[in-house]
Design a protein around this ligand. Structure first.
Ligand code: UDP
Ligand code: MG
Length: 315
């Protein structure tokens, strides 16, 4: 019988662990498959890890991995994929915003031969206006920069072992799961799901952390911002040619004293464009620097599997 692994990144989700185990066990045990739940505790500050160990005690279906600190959701997903033993892996949020019934739908598609099943948001659930606006902008930029439509994409996906291994073999440390899972290719389909209300707790993303996430992922997946610098340079060159002609005509016709406003405006404009451009280049430089250091994506402090602890689960 094939084994399906469900990976649940968890950060300060103490109220949701038990519920997630209950709901997923109920749903998955009705199917003709073996299953395991892999909880990745992303350096939670509350009782999340205690809850995971409690659930794992004597339950062979549950594996827990605990990070030494908060490394972020992307790292948690990669750690879960690296730990999972399944013939296919499903990544889902442990706040149950991704409905367990959709996991079953994905599983059936996998059994029909699909290798990547993307969860696509039918509706975005309840979000503040500002959040929806920011998310919308981010995905528009991402979609045009990467040429992958991501406006309704989510981290809710099923991947076949082949695709998981391909993803795990990528050397980059700054992985953007949502885009990489379509980048690896394979026979892909999608299922729509409605984003549920969070069962408990609050969203772990502030507007600021979302903005940082957006910038990090755009730069990790696309060099388009660097091309914007070239593009701005070209526009400035055209402007420069036009103004030079005007200046020369004025000089030769003897009316060259005026135009101080133009000078001030040009200095301000060029100055800010140069600084923004340097900032963009600097950002990429920082990313290259980080990749070059080759630090691991995450550090594991503890692993628990069906009640047996393995303290030297370092990676
Ligand atoms: N999460 C994580 N590490 C983080 C932030 C979030 O593992 O640093 C997990 C979190 O526990 C949840 C999932 O990622 O299972 C989605 O987070 P959240 O529900 O806060 O995001 P939202 O649904 O609001 O986009
Ligand atoms: Mg959520």
């Amino acid at each position: 019988m094939s084994l399906i692994s469900v990976i649940l990144p968890s950060y300060n989700e103490e109220e949701n662990i038990h519920r997630a185990v209950e709901r997923l066990s109920e749903t998955l045990s009705r199917e003709e498959v073996d299953w395991e739940l892999v909880f990745v505790n992303d350096g939670s500050r509350d009782g999340t890890w205690q809850r995971i160990t409690e659930e794992a005690k004597g339950n062979p279906h549950i594996t827990g991995v605990s990070f030494s600190r908060n490394f972020g959701k992307e790292a948690a997903i990669m750690a879960g994929l690296a730990t999972a033993k399944g013939d296919c892996c499903v990544v889902m949020d442990c706040d149950l915003q991704h409905p367990p019934e959709t996991v079953v739908e994905m599983l059936h598609l996998w059994q029909q031969g699909y290798e990547v099943v993307e969860g696509v948001k039918r509706s975005r659930g309840r979000e503040s206006r500002l959040h929806a606006l920011l998310a919308g902008t981010f995905y528009r930029i991402m979609s045009s920069a990467t040429r992958i439509d991501m406006s309704r994409a989510s981290d809710f996906k099923l991947m076949d072992r082949k695709a998981v291994n391909a993803l795990l073999s990528l050397p980059e440390k700054n992985a953007f799961f949502r885009a990489l899972s379509s980048w690896v290719g394979f026979k892909t389909t999608s299922v729509e799901f409605d984003v549920r209300e969070r069962e408990a707790g609050t969203s772990k993303w502030s507007s600021r952390s979302l903005a940082a996430y957006a910038i990090r992922n755009i730069t990790s997946f696309s060099s388009a911002p660097l091309q914007i610098v070239t593009f701005l340079g070209l526009i400035m060159l055209l402007l420069a040619v036009a103004l030079s002609i005007q200046t020369l005509i004025r000089y030769f016709s003897g009316t060259a004293v005026e135009g101080f406003t133009t000078v001030i405006l040009l200095i301000l404009l060029i100055g800010s464009l140069l600084m923004i451009s340097l900032g963009i280049i600097g950002y990429y430089l920082a990313q290259i620097y980080k990749e070059l250091k080759g630090r691991p994506r995450y550090l594991i402090s503890e692993v628990i599997s069906g009640g047996t602890e393995n303290p030297d689960g370092t990676k």
